[in-house]
Design a protein around this ligand. Structure first.
Ligand code: UD1
Length: 347
């Protein structure tokens, strides 16, 4: 339990909003910064429905260095930050790299600049398993080498980690954890909050649920000639609530002084890999309907297989994913039906 306020940037986004719920349920008081560029104020209502508690909210664009400085002056007690705010579309990052470096790197630097002035700042960073590229060995441990990034998006995660690590080296009182997420999916079981992709979804699960609800004609399965059991690519799909809880655990580790180093890295995954066809089967089971799909060519930049070795997170963080793929897909489907109903009511 802590009565101190925690800043959650991007707290109205997909993983951010679920983490705000998890934080509030552990007794943390939360302040959200979000610029609503890829989220909606309605999410604040969803969080309040679940926890009975509305977090403080500041509509700030973190690319505004002065606004970041002003924020930390206004909320001078805040020294714990979970930083989600970032852009995350791989394809868009290739077309508009400077946008990605500004959104994901400049903002990080501005926040660290302010936090670095605090006597005991704690910082949790959203990183990604994308830093490993196609790892040489599976499951992937935190010691697997970081491979050259395939996209500016991936590069921002690698550079972000380095910036934080460098900051920790020169300031021993600054503590940080980078969390490398595998594939976050699902929604809160109440379906009050979930993923809200803008436009055509690029990720597998929102594409599946939108197809099942009739918004998309059919799912394209990108490649069935991978060297896997059924030829489709393998990923480690982790329920967003498991992921959210890991953030609370990581922050608590720093607050309680349990860290081994002032900069640490953890993989967050289930440890289990599932192929695209297995995900489709699991979705068909929990939704009790057939999903129309066709096999198409591989998507450029996709890797064959990635799943986490979760030993370090289990043993050192004392965290593990508890929810199944079926649970996650069930919650994503429930959420899609709520979104559909809301859209019908609006029209
Ligand atoms: C993608 C990003 C990754 C990012 C992550 C964030 C790419 C190449 N990678 O990971 O950098 O960190 O999202 O969530 O965009 N699939 C289909 N049909 C679809 C969509 C996906 O078959 O319509 C397949 C993909 O080929 C892949 C799997 O489903 O094998 C998962 O895809 P996705 O949800 O996009 O995640 P990643 O590609 O793993």
């Amino acid at each position: 339990m802590s009565s101190k306020r925690v800043l959650v940037t991007g707290g109205l986004g997909f993983i951010g909003s679920h983490t705000v719920v998890a934080l509030q349920q552990e007794g943390f008081e939360v302040v959200i910064i979000d610029n609503l560029s890829n989220s909606s104020l309605d999410v604040l209502g969803g969080i309040t429905q679940i926890t009975g508690n509305t977090p403080e909210f500041e509509n700030i664009d973190l690319r505004d260095k002065t606004a970041v400085k002003d924020f930390f002056e206004k909320y001078e007690d805040i020294e714990d930050v979970i930083h989600f705010a970032a852009s995350k579309a791989v394809g868009e990052s290739v077309l508009n790299p400077l946008l990605y470096y500004e959104n994901n790197i400049s903002t990080l630097v501005y926040i660290l600049h302010e936090l670095n002035k605090k006597p005991s700042a704690k910082f949790i960073f959203s990183s990604s398993c994308t830093v490993y590229g196609q790892a040489d060995e599976l499951p992937i441990t935190e010691n697997a080498p970081v491979k050259k990034a395939e996209s500016p998006y991936g590069n921002t995660k690698q550079i972000g980690e380095e910036i934080i690590n460098d900051t920790c080296k020169i300031n021993v009182d600054f503590k940080a954890i980078a969390l490398r997420y595998f594939n976050p999916i699902g929604a809160h079981p109440t379906a009050e909050i979930g993923e809200l992709p803008i436009g055509t979804p690029q990720n597998l699960i929102p594409y599946i649920t939108q197809t099942a609800i009739g918004k998309r004609e059919e799912l394209s399965v990108f490649g069935n000639d991978y060297p896997t059991n059924d030829g489709t690519a393998i990923r480690d799909y982790i329920h967003v609530m498991d992921l959210a809880e890991a953030h609370v655990t990581a922050l608590s580790r720093l607050i309680n002084g349990k860290e081994k180093n002032n900069y640490e890295v953890f993989n967050l995954g289930t440890g289990k890999g599932n192929s695209v066809l297995e995900v489709i089967r699991s979705f068909e089971k929990v939704s009790e309907q057939n999903l129309p799909y066709k096999i198409v060519d591989r998507r450029e930049g996709d890797i064959t297989a990635a799943y986490a070795d979760t030993t370090k997170a289990n043993e050192e963080l004392g965290w593990k994913a508890n929810r199944s793929l079926d649970d996650a897909l069930q919650s994503a489907w429930k959420w899609q039906k709520v979104v559909e109903k809301r859209e019908e009511e609006e029209n």
